[in-house]
Design a protein around this ligand. Structure first.
Ligand SMILES: Nc1ncnc2c1ncn2[C@@H]1O[C@H](COP(=O)(O)OP(=O)(O)OP(=O)(O)O)[C@@H](O)[C@H]1O
Length: 626
């Protein structure tokens, strides 16, 4: 189907000037004979290997310095009446130079003539009005140009609003550089200003960053992804596989001084599960001898417990794969997690401050501390409600797994190791509370040994933090009593819980808004997929020229307009703002018109995004058989 035969189309075709003014629609454009169409090999490679071997296309003589470019595969020769009456591409003030259209100069042919009746408008290579041509026209027909402009304006009053008039006002959009340094703004070219209503942003005040998820989130997620698939260095002499887990990689150093986990040495590995392909953490206890299978009974209870501040337990097993009797407990893996000890207590390397090397004193912020207390208290409450005890509430066993997000790790392992001691669960829960009090004290004082001088440490807490925190520590560390429960701690920090709740809702809003921008990107990707399906398709319905003709030709020219523009120096324009602007306008099907130029620069089409969208949809539905 010819594009120009669309009854509703207002596309205007602009063709190269013919030798005779009286024949604006040169019969050249009607030629479909392949022997007269230039061979594409000549256009692409400069020569055709098959020229003397039966290639049916036109090969210009070698000595011809500027071979006549072939016709663009314009589907129809003649302009229908509607197209002539449609709004046309007219300079606002024919007597003065016309500003360049939004198409880069190099995409515009040597001289274009807007052929309408017996008059023509001439544009030079930069798209500016060719005053010489105008002179000669005017000498032939002194009133021609002025009359023609009046004629066009009479045809369509909307002509007074020439969208290209705004080109002079167009400027590089402010966010170009801010968005991504890779997309340089060098070699400025005219942009369409963004139509913000095309974006369905939930939070318009944050528009600058809204094309993609925020840099912080993206970088963090990428770091996590890299950590998940990081491979171990060679020569670690680890088992290839144990109980369905492979690609083991230690998450801590296995050489040098090692701390014991109770009476045992332990090592933490990341490993991939061969059944679901997911990464898990294996905590291995070295040289452990299992005396009773019943020791694993608590693991089942732990594997049922789910809480956002508890690292889930998957399973436990014993193995000889490490050349000893090892106990392994498998946990959910949180890439890039670090212990609370490493994050807040460990001495940091000294840094230069005010020109002097100074030790880093990083007292934990009060807000962060409250957030940790609320989260850990929530975890302990859930564990106690399930009839279990955490048993290790320690800065080296609480992990920071995200922005202010903490999770209790290593659950269940002490239950297995100490199975034979069979302690009373109520007593173990009381111990949890004392350990929790010590943890808060260590965090406030930046010191694991703070508990050794309780009086002084509490004074320290009183100086740097509000009285409520001190009260909680004192409450948790007092003697065990049936009245001392984690619920009481919640009563002591109601305002902070409310604040924590508000902030977690804010975090959800923030993530939803990030998700929203990714949704927009998904929309753009779907459009790009359609381009991919249609453009340069070698054949469809036994037609090798399917992707080069009819609606598909418009789609192809639009693809060139979006991606293959060059600046005034002939450099490719690789500016994602332009791409996003065009694709969003296409997706919305706006009425704004743009000029598409054929690759041979012999013809131009002025079409609206709405029409291009129709072409794309019709071509795609042909392909998908809908
Ligand atoms: N579930 C998990 N997900 C991700 N990383 C984890 C997980 N559990 C532990 N890790 C990481 O493994 C490393 C070692 O953990 P471990 O509990 O042994 O800490 P540690 O500081 O070495 O304590 P210890 O001195 O008692 O061995 C830590 O950096 C921790 O962040």
């Amino acid at each position: 189907m010819s594009f120009f035969s669309r009854p509703s189309s207002s596309a205007v075709k602009i063709v190269a000037p013919s030798s005779s003014h009286s024949e604006p629609s040169s019969p050249k454009f009607a030629r479909k004979d392949s022997t007269q169409r230039q061979c594409r090999n000549i256009m692409i490679y400069g020569s055709c290997k098959f020229q003397d071997k039966g290639c049916i296309y036109y090969h210009p003589p070698l000595d011809s310095s500027s071979p006549v470019p072939p016709d663009s595969p314009t589907p129809s020769a003649a302009l229908p009446a509607q197209a002539v009456n449609a709004p046309v591409f007219v300079p606002k003030n024919p007597a003065s130079p016309v500003p360049a259209p939004a198409v880069p100069s190099s995409h515009i042919g040597p001289i274009f003539a807007l052929s309408t009746g017996s008059s023509e408008y001439h544009y030079d290579e930069s798209g500016a009005y060719d005053s010489q041509a105008q002179q000669s026209d005017m000498s032939a027909n002194p009133e021609g140009v002025a009359n023609l402009a009046e004629h066009f304006q009479a045809l369509d009053p909307s002509m007074n609003m020439n969208p290209y008039d705004q080109v002079g006002d167009m400027h590089l959009m402010d966010y170009d550089g801010a968005m991504d340094p890779f997309y340089s703004t060098e070699g400025a070219f005219a942009h369409q200003p963004l139509d913000y209503h095309l974006y369905t942003h939930s939070r318009p005040e944050a528009l600058q960053q809204r094309y993609f998820i925020s840099d912080n989130v993206r970088e963090e997620l990428q770091r996590r992804s890299e950590a998940t698939y990081a491979a171990p260095p060679p020569g670690l002499n680890l088992p290839e596989e144990t109980q369905g887990y492979h690609s083991l990689m230690p998450l801590e150093s296995t050489i040098g001084e090692r701390r014991k986990f109770g009476n045992w040495y332990s090592t933490v590995y990341k490993a991939l599960n061969s059944q679901d392909g997911i990464a898990y953490v294996l905590r291995r206890i070295e040289n452990y001898r299992l005396n009773s299978q019943a020791a694993f009974s608590s693991i089942e209870s732990w594997s049922r417990l789910k809480h956002p501040n508890v690292i889930s337990v998957k399973e436990a097993f014993t193995t000889r794969a490490f050349n000893d009797n090892s106990l392994v407990v498998v946990y959910e893996y949180h890439p890039t997690a670090e212990t609370v000890f490493d994050a807040h207590i460990k001495t940091k390397a000294p840094q230069f401050q005010n020109g002097r090397l100074q030790a880093q004193t990083s007292r934990i912020a009060e807000r962060t501390l409250w957030s940790y207390i609320v989260q850990i208290a929530g975890a302990i409450k859930t564990v106690h409600d399930a009839g279990l005890a955490v048993r290790v509430v320690d800065p080296t066993k609480i992990l920071v797994t995200g922005n202010n997000r903490v999770r209790v790790s290593s659950c269940g392992i002490v239950d297995v190791l100490m199975f034979e001691a069979r302690q009373d669960i109520a007593m173990l829960q009381q111990e949890d509370l004392v350990m929790f009090g010590r943890l808060i004290l260590s965090l406030c004082c930046n010191n694991l040994g703070a508990v050794n001088n309780l009086q002084k440490s509490l004074e320290n807490v009183g100086r740097n933090y509000p009285q409520e925190i001190r009260n909680i520590i004192v409450y948790l560390m007092q003697k065990p009593s049936p009245l001392k429960t984690i619920r009481q701690v919640f009563d002591m920090m109601k305002p902070q819980m409310l604040q924590e709740f508000d902030e977690s809702l804010n975090a959800v809003d923030q993530l939803e808004s990030d998700l929203m921008s990714e949704l927009e990107n998904g929309r753009i990707v779907r459009l790009l997929c359609k381009f991919g399906f249609i453009d340069e398709r070698p054949e469809f319905a036994r037609d090798p020229r399917w992707s080069e003709t009819g609606d598909r030709y418009i789609v192809k020219l639009f693809r060139d307009y979006v991606f293959h523009q060059v600046d005034q120096n002939g450099q490719p324009v690789v500016n994602i703002s332009h791409v996003l602007t065009c694709l969003n306008k296409l997706d919305a099907g706006v009425d704004e018109r743009i000029m598409l130029v054929s690759r041979d620069e012999q013809s131009c089409l002025v079409v609206s995004y709405r029409e291009i969208k129709l072409c794309m949809e019709s071509a795609f539905s042909e392909l998908s058989g809908r």
